[in-house]
Design a protein around this ligand. Structure first.
Ligand code: NAP
Length: 235
């Protein structure tokens, strides 16, 4: 019998990542969940026998390597990587200090580079695999007080656009997800309270992503924009 698809979701302790881990597990996948907080991913792993966990900081290549080895040993080679780990600050550029800037870029862009590079050799050997990355609608519009975040996500989009062509014909799909606002802990409580009507639920977004990730066939949705039907945040 064919083994279930093996999925690795980074930053899976909360929000979209957690919803994705649970949705992939419900769809019958074997799921590796990672994030810096061991306590959070332990709770996610407790929700399904199909989920294994490993603490991992995507800013650190040794940590990424260890997490990958653990997932492969427990579940088998990764078929779908979901680059989801991400951070932001809601500050104008002049108020964004260098530590914040570096953390955002190193997580949202550097993390995509490290995790993707980690899983790709096996995918290329097997001529099979999907790299899914959670970008942001910030790359399509202009949200003030988000310059470092927008730069990091736009950088990741550029990296993945080039990678997609480098992998063309090798059996690997590169899928970029571009969500509008999602009601998660990434947003300040005041925004979550006042604008809940224009924020998506993480589990609804997760269902869209799981469907696209598991789709077989000769066509691929390379870029998926998902927004609330009623429109975007009033920033
Ligand atoms: P969230 O609940 O804050 O989730 C972010 C996750 O990333 C957390 O589990 C966090 O866990 C993990 N993380 C942060 N830094 C990490 C690191 N260095 N290494 C490993 N894991 C790390 O927010 P979310 O909204 O679900 O965000 C998930 C992704 O969606 C992000 O990439 C975000 O940019 C993107 N996104 C969000 C929205 C939105 O409106 N919420 C819209 C578009 C795109 P630990 O702290 O335990 O590491």
């Amino acid at each position: 019998m064919a083994r279930p698809p093996v999925v690795w979701v980074t930053g899976a302790g909360s929000g979209i990542g957690r919803a994705l881990a649970e949705a992939f597990a419900s769809a019958g996948c074997a799921v590796g969940v990672t994030s810096r907080s061991a306590a959070r991913i332990t709770r996610v792993a407790a929700s399904s026998a199909r989920i294994v966990r490993c603490a991992c900081d995507v800013r650190n290549s040794s940590s990424v390597r260890r997490a990958h080895v653990r997932i492969v040993r427990s579940l088998g080679p990764v078929d779908i990587l979901v680059n989801n780990a991400g951070v932001t600050v809601f500050k104008k550029l002049l108020s964004t200090n260098e530590r914040e800037f570096t953390e955002i870029v190193d997580t949202n862009l550097g993390g995509v580079y490290r995790a993707t590079r980690e899983v790709l050799p096996s995918m290329v050997r097997r001529r099979k695999g999907t790299i899914v990355t959670i970008l942001s609608y910030a790359i399509k519009t202009t949200y003030t007080s988000s310059s470092a975040y927008t730069a990091s996500k736009s950088g990741a989009e550029a990296l993945l656009r080039v990678l997609r062509e480098e992998l063309r014909g090798k059996g690997i799909r590169v899928v970029n997800v571009i969500p509008g606002a999602v009601n998660t802990a990434m947003w300040p409580k005041t925004v979550r309270r006042s604008q809940a009507d224009v924020m998506m639920a993480a589990d609804e977004l997760a269902d869209e992503i799981v469907r696209a990730s598991l789709k077989q066939g000769t066509v691929v949705a390379e870029e998926i924009v998902v927004r609330p039907r009623v429109g975007d945040l009033r920033l």
